[in-house]
Design a protein around this ligand. Structure first.
Ligand code: ZN
Length: 288
């Protein structure tokens, strides 16, 4: 059996699966303090301790995912109280003497979609999650791409829309992609949650313009087989279509792409991609 842990900023999900990735057991807990949250995860996993072969973890970041690093699995500077410098690898390693693989939550989701959601002919993807923050991952031929760490494409600098007076919510950059397009950026700007905003509100054209810019920038950089947009904000009806329109308008026929409804898409395993990705990483980590 394999274990997966998807550690998000608001909730942590852990699952146990068999060799064929059938989920056998699962828990979902709120993200509180590291000791409390990972205490509950430990209790959950302990029941399967004798059967577990490997654990895969996808965590919110920034997090050290360099296996050769002395601080592998350590959450770096985060505004999330109590979590800076908490080391997930060391925490799990105390109780589980098996292979533990740590990556970012976005990498895990991207890997889940890559492994289970793509057709055979597709070998690369960019995955964006648009929710509490914006994160992105790039996979080429099965490899999660990143130099010293996972990419931070969610903080790319983009052009502000002429009708957008919002100064941006990112504490580091103000109007970066996350600062303009994340869930909190939407609610700070409009004083209501994106989910409560009508699907025909003209704000969605602004949001789609930002995500369209992000899609185009990453297409020009990586020329992937497809770009996937997941996350809570993407639940808005019609948004993916608007992103395609903006993408096409900004591209100005410069580069050729696959038909956009096959190129800019939503996740096939929305809500489960990260857990599936963690399980796949766990299984592969022991050469299976
Ligand atoms: Zn930023």
């Amino acid at each position: 059996m394999f274990a997966a842990i998807e550690a998000g900023g608001t909730k942590i999900i852990s699952a146990i699966a068999d060799e064929e990735f059938n989920i056998i057991d699962k828990i979902k807990i709120p993200t509180t303090s590291p000791s409390e949250s990972f205490g509950l995860i430990r209790d959950f996993l302990m029941a399967y301790k004798d059967k577990l072969k490997a654990i895969g973890v996808g965590s919110f970041g920034p997090i050290d995912i360099d296996e050769k690093s002395r601080t592998y699995g350590q959450i770096l500077n985060t505004p999330k109280k109590g979590w800076s410098n908490f080391n997930i690898y060391n925490q799990l390693n105390k109780d589980f003497d098996i292979k533990i693989t740590i990556t970012s939550d976005v990498n895990a989701s991207a890997y889940g979609e890559y492994a289970f959601g793509l057709s055979e002919d597709k070998k690369s993807l960019v995955y964006f999650t648009v929710g509490t923050g914006i994160g992105a991952a790039y996979i080429q031929d099965g490899l999660l791409i990143g130099g010293r760490s996972h990419p931070e494409m969610g903080h790319m600098i983009i052009n502000k829309h002429q009708d957008d007076g919002f100064k941006g919510s990112c504490p580091y950059h103000g109007p970066c992609l996350e600062g303009l397009g994340s869930g909190p950026a939407i609610s700070q700007r409009l004083n209501k949650l994106g989910e409560d905003l009508d699907k025909d509100d003209k704000f969605w054209d602004i949001e789609a313009n930002y995500l369209g810019q992000a899609a185009l920038n990453t297409s020009y950089m990586f020329n992937p087989d497809c770009i996937i947009f997941g996350g809570g904000v993407m639940a808005k009806e019609g948004l993916i279509e608007k992103i395609r329109e903006n993408f096409e308008r900004l591209n100005k026929s410069y580069m050729d792409f696959a038909p956009l409804d096959e190129f800019i898409i939503k996740p096939k395993y929305d809500g489960q991609s990260a857990i599936l990705g963690c399980l796949k990483l766990a299984k592969e980590s022991i050469g299976e």
